[in-house]
Design a protein. Structure first.
Ligand code: KG4
Length: 333
């Protein structure tokens, strides 16, 4: 079953052609250069650029996959959560394709597709526990089956990616902040930069807004006193603190729930220290850890096609009145 998949939830216009877990093509048109000018994603610009790019990105995906439109069995599309204007471009484009090719339209939840990035070229099968960390979300969820999820906890305020991005901006690093912060981070020094330890009521919940504000205030206070911030050390200290929180809560949940298989997903899964720290902690506890290949960590349509395959098999097919949604729980259905 060959699927044409479309992703436009944020600032990457991506179209892929997939066959079950296999990726035949995965094309991505990134808008980073333009959003960099503003220090973050400007939603209106994102929507316009998706509209301009999507036809050509689709043409390239089809040509690289070496398939024709008659070979396509279904169109999968990210419908939620994300930037509403950006999502609508992909959803409407996918509806047009589905109607003109007369094939089913498969709505795909963005976080489910990030989790599915772990299925590409590998043998991972539910049940397992997954930590999904991106710019807008941070959740620990039980993946009972390919389309059955039980969230155990999540952030009560900011996502870890948002914390990285905003502190990176205050440190003068360019967009996308999280990636650049990871690149320049040096060894942590918690004595030099004592950052607060967030507290949450829920054992598997997260809170990153206090940590973000504390780091930004520290940078501003240094500037007011005319002191220079050691950018790599502060970046490394924040990275270490965030990775430690993510790792400890994930391991605690895995132990409590008796999971011997854990997966990592979302844009922040590309973080070098998180991959290393969670890898070491899983090894220590006899847990098998799956992580997406680096090229499938960020937003891409290949993961949408793979999750779309399982959504289709479970009967999750939509009529042409499908709408996009800015927010949507992972266990919506
Ligand atoms: O999943 P994603 O591509 O988009 C969303 O759905 O949010 O995640 C983007 C987030 C951004 O906050 C970005 O800074 C962060 O992932 N990110 C990283 C790294 N690569 C991407 N954060 C830390 N270290 C990285 N290497």
């Amino acid at each position: 079953m060959i699927i044409l998949a479309v992703e436009s939830s944020c600032d990457e216009t991506s179209v892929a052609v997939t066959e079950s877990r296999r990726v035949l093509s995965n094309t991505v048109a990134t808008q980073i250069a333009e959003h960099k000018l503003y220090g973050g994603v400007v939603p209106e610009i994102a929507s316009r650029r998706h509209t301009e790019a999507i036809t050509e990105v689709t043409r390239r995906a089809m040509s690289e996959a070496g398939v024709s439109y008659e070979d396509i069995s279904a169109v999968a599309v990210t419908f939620a959560p994300g930037l509403i204007g950006a999502l609508l471009v992909g959803v409407n484009f996918a509806k047009g394709l589905s109607a003109s090719l007369d094939v089913p339209l498969v709505p795909v939840h963005h976080l489910r597709s990030h989790i599915a990035a772990n299925y590409i070229d590998c043998d991972l099968k539910p049940p397992f526990l997954c930590l999904t960390v991106s710019g807008g979300n941070t959740i620990i969820t039980e993946v009972n089956d390919y389309t059955s999820f039980n969230p155990l906890g999540g952030t009560v305020d900011d996502a870890a990616g948002e914390c990285f991005d905003k502190v990176a901006r205050a440190l003068g690093l360019s967009y996308p902040g999280g990636v650049n912060l990871d690149k320049i981070a040096a060894a942590a020094d918690e004595k030099l930069y004592p950052l607060p330890v967030p507290h949450t009521v829920g054992k598997y919940d997260f809170s990153f807004s206090g940590l973000k504000t504390a780091a930004v205030n520290l940078i501003h206070n240094c500037a007011q006193r005319g002191e220079e911030v050691n950018v790599p050390v502060l970046a490394g200290t924040l990275r270490h603190r965030v990775c430690k929180i993510l790792t400890e809560k994930t391991i605690a949940a895995a132990k409590d729930m008796n999971y011997k298989t854990v997966a990592l997903a979302g844009g922040v899964s590309a973080n070098s220290e998180l991959r290393e720290m969670l890898g070491a902690a899983c090894k220590e506890n006899g847990i098998r850890l799956y992580m997406p290949q680096l090229r499938y960590c960020g937003d891409n349509a290949a993961m949408v096609g793979v999750q779309g395959y399982y959504e289709y098999l479970s009967g999750n097919v939509s009529s042409l009145d499908l709408n996009a949604a800015a927010t949507m729980p992972i266990n919506y259905r």
